[in-house]
Write a protein that binds this ligand. Structure first.
Ligand SMILES: Cc1cc2nc3c(=O)[nH]c(=O)nc-3n(C[C@H](O)[C@H](O)[C@H](O)COP(=O)(O)OP(=O)(O)OC[C@H]3O[C@@H](n4cnc5c(N)ncnc54)[C@H](O)[C@@H]3O)c2cc1C
Length: 512
């Protein structure tokens, strides 16, 4: 299996893999290897860009620059509630930062994603990933970059030097803000960055909603949007469809039924259906966090219940509630209803904790389990049979339009014999991003080809409606970047400034 093969079923051949350990090593390799101008570099932080291409470059014959060995939190000693900034290298993972903060500064947390403990903070942010508290792009500033000309550029006030009192605290610096160029940009290799940490609030609860009637999805989106704009929903709200919610929960439920209740795998699977109907009985359900002081959270929850209560079942979940609920139902698990509730709590606990800042491998393990992978080591996800393709359109926060686009995409998927696994994420007060994936068995050529054909048709549909993805797979670049478009022509001109020989990630969010 090739080093760049991955769950999308698309990969390009690599020339070699290099693993620099420091910024000066990255600079040296760009300077030296860059001289032959024939072998471009493809930088990755951890290379777990699952569903978007993982370690695969856009074009053939790149040298993979694997930065996972650069995994220092450079200012570990300085991090505190009064200095909530971590200066991190690309190999620092969600799991690593979570464990570090739990041990050294439990008052702080960060914007966690659902992609597992082993994924990076920098790579995910650079590809404009979305965490439970908002777009990851907003977390990162003060970038240290080795450009294609092998110069080191530092953005914001990091340009004043690491010892400047401003270096890690004033995100925008002075003059044009260059950071944006390096998010979904192929102008350089980012070797470190400042990451915003967040104070934990006195009260943090997860709120899950189960929409009673499918036809009210648009109205739910509009009401959640208003709650977001009014500052009452402090996190991203993830609204998932039944396929997606069931897909994420089944493994946790079956695992509990097998290990704690002695069910056989087939019995556990059959019983999981009943538990899923208890947990997520309707087509759409959502998860968000509400955080603040006790008074703020109480007031926000009252308002959420008032505005949403008629449309959806509202469940407020705290760690304590889950602990007590699990203790009682687990003890009574010989009763079917108690067993179902214990299994439900076991499965949803890690997902609720995700909304409150604790990363989990469960969503990835769930996929590996569904595809019959014998062990659930997420590092083996890209060599499993599981096939995943993301299509991620940016959408306006307009319920009727979102419903219409979703219905159109569902129609296309059905024509190709697929169903869509969807989350609609209200990420800011004015924007929604849909993260939609196709699942297929990658060991079957027919399934892989059909899934890619379906993904192409979905992209064409999105574009025909005047919309666009907000994040793109490596195999999609020729369909989203156009030589006729003045915007991409300008991006190409900027490439001349930072990387005139086109040696960094050619074709990635840029003309080839
Ligand atoms: C079940 C499931 C759930 C997921 N949930 C989420 C989620 O909640 N939110 C989310 O955002 N994503 C999610 N993902 C998608 C993806 O797995 C994550 O975004 C993951 O964090 C990306 O991998 P990485 O962090 O290892 O980044 P990498 O793969 O290392 O980097 C991503 C891309 O950024 C560029 N890049 C990386 N490092 C550098 C660098 N140092 N310099 C220049 N360019 C660089 C490269 O183009 C690279 O391909 C999910 C995927 C699955 C399958």
């Amino acid at each position: 299996m090739s080093a760049s093969s991955n769950v999308t079923g698309f990969h390009q051949r690599l020339a070699m893999v290099l693993s620099p350990r420091s910024t000066s090593e990255v600079q040296a390799l760009v300077r030296e290897h860059g001289q032959d101008k024939t072998t471009p570099f493809y930088p990755i932080s951890k290379g777990h860009n699952w569903g978007y291409g993982s370690r695969s470059p856009v074009t053939e014959g790149n040298t993979l620059v694997d930065l996972s060995g650069m995994n220092r939190i450079r200012n570990a000693e300085a991090i505190s509630v009064d200095h909530p900034i971590a200066v991190i290298e690309p190999g620092v993972t969600q799991g690593q930062l979570h464990d570090f903060l739990a041990e050294h500064c439990p008052e702080l947390t960060f914007n966690v994603t659902g992609a597992g403990r082993a994924t990076s903070l920098i790579g995910c942010a650079l590809d404009r990933g979305v965490g439970y508290f908002g777009p990851r792009r907003e977390d990162l500033f003060g970038l240290e970059i080795v450009t294609g000309t092998s110069e080191i550029l530092k953005t914001g006030f990091r340009r004043l030097g690491e010892d400047s009192p401003l270096a890690h605290l004033h995100p925008d610096g002075l003059g044009p803000i260059l950071d944006g160029l390096f998010f979904q940009g192929n102008f350089g290799i980012v070797t470190s960055a400042c990451l915003r940490l967040r104070p934990r609030r006195p009260r943090e609860v997860a709120v899950s909603l189960s929409l009673h009637r499918t036809q009210d999805l648009g109205e739910l989106i509009n009401r959640l949007a208003r709650l977001k704009r009014d500052g009452l929903l402090t996190s991203v709200t993830h609204i998932g469809n039944r396929a997606r919610n069931h897909s994420t929960l089944t493994y946790g439920i079956a695992e509990y039924l097998e290990t704690a209740c002695g069910r056989s795998p087939s019995q556990a699977l059959a019983e999981s259906e009943q538990v899923l109907n208890l947990l997520a009985p309707n087509e759409w359900a959502s998860l968000a966090a509400v955080t603040g002081n006790h008074g703020q959270v109480r007031a926000a929850l009252r308002e959420i219940r008032q505005r949403i209560g008629k449309l959806a079942r509202v469940m407020v979940v705290t760690d304590r509630l889950l602990d007590v609920g699990f203790a009682v139902t687990h003890a009574l698990r010989f009763l079917p209803i108690a067993r179902a509730n214990a299994a439900a709590i076991h499965a949803m606990r890690p997902l609720h904790q995700l909304a409150l800042g604790t990363p989990t491998d469960l969503p990835i393990q769930n996929l590996m389990w569904q595809f019959g992978h014998p062990n659930l080591d997420v590092e083996e996800f890209d060599s499993s049979k599981c096939g995943v393709l993301f299509i991620s359109p940016a959408l306006p926060l307009d319920g009727a339009l979102v419903m219409d686009v979703v219905a159109g995409m569902e129609r296309i998927a059905e024509e190709h014999g697929h169903r869509l696994y969807m989350t609609l994420n209200i990420e800011t007060a004015t924007s929604l991003v849909a993260v939609i994936n196709l699942l297929f068995d990658r060991s079957e050529d027919e399934q892989t080809t059909r899934a890619h054909r379906c993904a192409d048709a979905l992209l064409a549909y999105v574009q025909e409606r005047g919309l666009s993805p907000y994040r793109a797979r490596v195999d999609m670049m020729d369909k989203i970047v156009s030589a006729d478009d003045p915007y991409w022509q300008t991006v190409r001109k900027l490439k001349q400034v930072f990387d005139p020989d086109n040696i960094i990630a050619p074709g990635r969010y840029n003309l080839p």
